[in-house]
Structure formats: structure tokens, C-alpha cells
Write a protein that binds this ligand. Sequence first.
Ligand code: MBD
Ligand code: FE
Length: 282
Amino acid sequence: TATQESPTAADSGANASQSFKAMASTQDVADTPPERVAAIVTSVLKGVHDAIAEHDVTYAEFNAAKAWLMSVGEGGEWPLFMDVFVEHAVEEQVAKSQHGTKGSILGPYYLPGQTRLDATCRLPRRDDEQGTPLVLEGQVRDVDGTPMPGAEVDIWHADADGYYSGFAPHVPDGNLRGVVVTDDEGRFAIETIQPAPYQIPHDGPTGQLIEASGWHPWRPAHLHIQVRAEGHRPITTQLYFAGGEYLDSDVAEATKPELVIDPQDDGTGTRRSTYDFELEPE
Ligand code: MBD
Ligand code: FE
């Protein structure tokens, strides 16, 4: 059953922490000057102090919060917590200066260095991969309309049970992940399967917080995509499915109307959708 196959929150948390640390050695991690650190941290702490006063917080609640924060670290869930509850605000801020295709959050389950695939391809999958066949096709262009051959469409998504390869022990490495390289006209056509909605693991501290608050732990079904092209600002985004469950109540608040696709059955049981990506020069 799905429950037996589920990764423990601690296992997927450990993997997410490890992969973030590995990426943090190559990606953008700020070396922030002291005045700015002080300004930002003062604001964050003011928010905490104000909440304590507003809600007349007790010592017992302070201790519960302290124990919970410790468990987030011990469970390796900081990447999950940060990406579910905080990353969308950073993305929205950065998006104010970004043109072209709308972005969305990266999330904790990106893994660099996946198999490079031809423009027309099928994502690596198990022989018995479940799920409705799905084809996403489109073109990568500059914001001025110029097609971009050789651009990379790095795609990763959950399987039909909502599990990601690399973060669930029963799913083989590299499953439903790949770096698709666009053809001479900047086009791509990716065959995969329809992912299921994703549920935040409920046996760890993030899941406990969600339950203790009476919120729900779901993200709508989504495809993660990062598009990269020489001399252009990369776009990290996600595509969602029209009519999908949790589209209007994503726990990670990362949906945008421009990112909803509506694949149609082509008459053979395969659902198809077109989506073009536009990147701005760096
Ligand atoms: C996911 O699949 C995801 O995309 C985010 C943002 C957080 C947790 C799991
Ligand atoms: Fe995801």
C-alpha cells in the first residue's frame, strides 16, 4: 500500500537537507553586510515579539515552540518548512523584476545533474509506471520572440502516488526527472505521466504543525520546471492542472493563474498540452 511505501519524513528530510547543502556550494548564497542582517533580523524578531504580545503567549507555549523548532532541525525538515511556508514570498518579491514566463518556487526536491534528453523524449520511468500518459510540448523563446535552440528544460515531478525519486526509497533514482534540450527551433515535446497531488509527510514536525493548526497538508498536482538558456535569466516555475484538487488551497501558496495548463485527450488516452517559455536576457 501507499503507506508502506511512504518515505518517512525524516528520510526525505535528510535527503532534502543533503541536496540543499550540496547545491548551496554552487548556488547563490548571500554574504550579507551586518547592517542589512541586523535590519532583516530585527524585523523578523519584531514579528515574533508582536505575536507573543498579541496572543498573550505562555511559558508552556514558548516551550512547545522551542521543542518543535528543535524537532524540525533533528528531522531535517528545514528545507521542507522553508520551501512550503516561506519561499513563495521570496519568489513573489524577486518576480517583481522578472519579465517573461511567470516563475514559482523551486521546492525541496530539485536534484541537479539529471540525464540529458533529446527535444522529443520520454522521461525516465519504471516499466510499470502508473498514471495517465501526458505530453507537454512547446517552445523556448527570448522575450523578443527569438526561438532558443539548445535551451535546457529541466523537469521533475511526483509519480501517480505523489512520490518523488530521490526522496522515496521505493522509487528508482532519476525517475520522472530529466534535462530536455530544445531542437533547432527551440521546441520540445516531453512524454511523461500525470502526477498526483503531493501531501506533506505527516509523521514529521511540519506535518504535525499543519495538523495542530487544522490546516491541510496538500499541494495540487504539479510539474516542476527550470528553463535555462545561454545569456538568459533562468526561470524556475511549476505548471498546474485545470480543475485539479487543491489548486485554490495550495499549502505552499505557489500557484498562479498563468501557470495552469488544461491538457486534452488526443483520442488515444494521452493528454496533451502546449506551454511556451519566454526568458529575458541576463
Ligand atoms: C513539494 O513537492 C513541493 O513542490 C514543495 C514546494 C514543497 C514540498 C513538496
Ligand atoms: Fe513538488
